[in-house]
Write a protein that binds this ligand. Structure first.
Ligand SMILES: C[S@@+](CC[C@H](N)C(=O)[O-])C[C@H]1O[C@@H](n2cnc3c(N)ncnc32)[C@H](O)[C@@H]1O
Length: 173
């Protein structure tokens, strides 16, 4: 969700050739990079969709999705921007609507605000936190899929020494 250049879409698709991966972003020019890589490497398990995440429940059927990755979303810190925050209550409901019963959501961010907001919301709404990590590169328990791929934004944050956080969760309603 908000795949940017599509680094995660491509990396996960390369590692899991038996599964399909779809990058979604409102800016087509951003995922042009990922789409070009997929074509150049004859990858047949990658697609990109240019649309708003707000419409994700019109794109996928119930139970169609087994995993969602959200990497470095805009934290939308101002109160008035809450509705655009990609882990707000409304977005979580939409994700739940398309995920299968075992489906999980992964959030990787440099934003302490986004990390804390999401943890608080998950706790408050009774969802299941499967993994939470305040600094993925300093934690030996970080999964390889979290530390093995760095997006365009992540590289910029790492260069200025920001810790990268991670949450993996399952939505329960
Ligand atoms: C800060 S960038 C992160 C890009 C990428 N995930 C990364 O880690 O490099 C946020 C991305 O989310 C996209 N985005 C923000 N709000 C969106 C929305 N409502 N629907 C679709 N894409 C959105 C932006 O176009 C942008 O590419």
């Amino acid at each position: 969700m908000g795949c940017g250049k599509g680094e995660y879409t491509i990396a996960l698709a390369e590692k899991n050739p038996d599964k399909n991966f779809i990058g979604i972003d409102i800016k087509g020019a951003r995922f042009w990079r990922g789409a070009k890589t997929a074509l150049e490497n004859d990858m047949n398990n990658v697609a990109f969709i240019r649309t708003q995440i707000e419409l994700v429940d019109y794109i996928f059927a119930e139970n169609e999705v087994s995993e969602i990755w959200i990497t470095f979303p805009d934290p939308q810190i101002k109160y008035k921007r809450t509705k655009h925050r990609m882990t707000n209550s409304e977005f979580l409901k939409k994700y739940h609507g398309i995920l299968n019963s075992e489906g999980v959501v992964n959030l990787k961010t440099d934003s302490e605000f986004m990390h804390g907001y999401t943890l608080g919301l998950l706790h408050g709404e009774g969802h299941e936190i499967l993994h939470a990590n305040h600094d993925v590169y300093k934690n030996v328990y970080s999964p390889e899929e979290v530390t093995g791929t760095q997006t365009f934004y992540e590289k910029q944050y790492l260069e200025i020494g920001k810790p990268i956080t991670y949450i993996k969760f399952k939505l329960n309603y």
